[in-house]
Design a protein around this ligand. Structure first.
Ligand code: ARG
Length: 423
């Protein structure tokens, strides 16, 4: 009742708003599609979306447009990270995390969202959080109450009882809310429906064990083929894509056979798994920077020896798999698992992707045009092109020569609005 009344007051007071036109310029622009850099670009934006892209002096600036010059920099599309946990803080790992209530994680998520967009990531897929915090963060960002990237929320990660997505560290007499835990084809279907009802736009589930859980073997499959088939069928029926956490060899193949859209981690994929992914067009989203951070900082951050031992087991293998998969022609997107390493440092992974076999432009494509495809959001994000949101970042120098420049993003524009950087 109160909410309805407030809404009526707000609507009555709202004057019709004229379309806002912005003309964005810079010294250079990278076209991620062709890989070419052009001089003196001009991007026209109306109400947050790009309407024209051309050259200064050639393309007309519409009368009344607000000018936004991003200076002597190279502009490119806002970056997309396909795997983050905005409500996680890597320095609060292991049992110490249990000292904080759900509200704490939502609150820090607001800060992490700001760090993420200031690092140039204007869209993220949040693949696992508690209390539907990612939905709330998204809503608060869209209202302008806090600053952050566009969020594709998964809400809870779905997983088998005792699996990687369960909370196995708690003793049996501790009751814990576990909305993502589901078993059997009917159980996973019901959970997909429930999470969708609560705001999930993508489904994340755990197909195998993992590094940072207690009592799971990284390589072990954790859902049957029948469970995965039911989960994916249900999610697709509801119009959602599916991300499968899968390090293990057999779990990766079962997930691909079930029709998932992205395999997260993909550490122990074998030649057959790589071939299956290629044939099915399944994307690999591989967090290949993490190993460095976990081995250097994990113990200090509260990770147990069990977790560290599992990291030593998969870290190098995952990078080798990345190299083999890319070489074989598997489609790869940028997924960092930020939250496992500090938010805002997402772009550190570009260097690893290049070190392990990708050309710089392909690493950039993995975080722009390709990520947009994998999200099914080509109409919205991933390119500086008419129709898409004016999500644009500026870097010093040429990122196709040195992806290191992506670690120091100079300016960030989201929907035509300057979020970071001088004008
Ligand atoms: N969330 C992942 C897991 O617990 C992190 C894996 C990090 N390690 C790596 N080598 N990518 O399994």
């Amino acid at each position: 009742m109160r909410a309805t009344m407030m809404m009526a007051v707000l609507l009555a007071g709202a004057a019709p708003v004229a379309a806002e036109t912005v003309a964005i310029s810079a010294a250079r622009m990278l076209d991620v599609n062709s890989g070419r850099i052009s001089d003196r670009p001009l991007v026209i934006v109306v109400d947050g979306r790009i309407t024209a892209v051309g050259r200064q002096g050639e393309l007309a600036v519409p009368a009344g447009a607000r000018q936004l010059d991003l200076g002597n920099h190279t502009i490119l599309p806002g970056l997309i990270d396909m795997h983050v946990h905005l409500t996680s803080d890597p320095t609060l790992s292991g049992m110490q995390a249990l000292r904080y209530p759900g509200s704490f994680w939502t609150a820090i998520g607001a800060g992490m969202a700001r760090r993420t967009i200031e690092a140039g990531f204007t869209t993220v897929r949040n693949v696992g959080s508690v209390d539907y915090a990612d939905v709330g963060l998204k809503q608060a960002i869209e209202r302008g109450a806090i600053v952050g990237p566009r969020i594709v929320p998964a809400t809870y990660a779905i997983g088998a009882t005792g699996g990687h997505c369960d909370t196995n560290e708690l003793p049996a007499n501790f009751v814990f809310d576990r909305p993502g835990i589901a078993d059997g084809p009917d159980g996973v279907r019901r959970t997909v429906r429930e999470l969708h009802k609560r705001g999930a736009e993508v489904i994340k589930y755990c197909a195998t064990g993992g590094v940072l859980s207690v009592g799971t073997s990284v390589g072990a499959q954790q859902y049957t083929q029948a469970e995965m088939n039911a989960l994916v069928e249900e999610a697709h029926m509801l119009g959602m894509k599916v991300a499968a956490h899968a390090h293990g060899t057999s779990g990766i193949k079962a997930a691909i056979r079930a029709g998932v859209d992205t395999i997260e981690h993909a550490s122990l994929a074998d030649a057959e798994g790589i071939e299956l992914a290629k044939k099915a067009g399944t994307w690999f989203s591989m967090d290949i920077y993490n190993d460095d951070y976990i081995l250097a900082e994990g113990a200090k951050n509260g990770l147990s020896e069990e977790n560290l031992a599992k990291e030593r087991e998969v870290g190098l293998k995952q990078r080798q798999t990345f190299q083999a998969a890319w070489k074989a022609g598997v489609k790869i997107v940028f997924g960092s698992d930020a939250g496992v390493y500090p938010h805002g440092d997402n772009a550190l992974q570009f260097g690893k992707m290049v070190e392990w076999g990708m050309a710089p432009i392909d690493a950039i494509r993995a975080a722009t045009i390709r990520a947009a495809e994998a999200l099914g959001r080509e109409a919205d994000v991933g390119q500086i092109a008419p129709g898409r949101y004016a999500d644009i970042i500026a870097v010093a120098g040429d990122p196709t020569q040195d992806v290191g420049v992506l670690r120091a993003v100079q300016a960030v524009v989201k929907g035509g609005v300057l979020v970071k950087g001088a004008n």
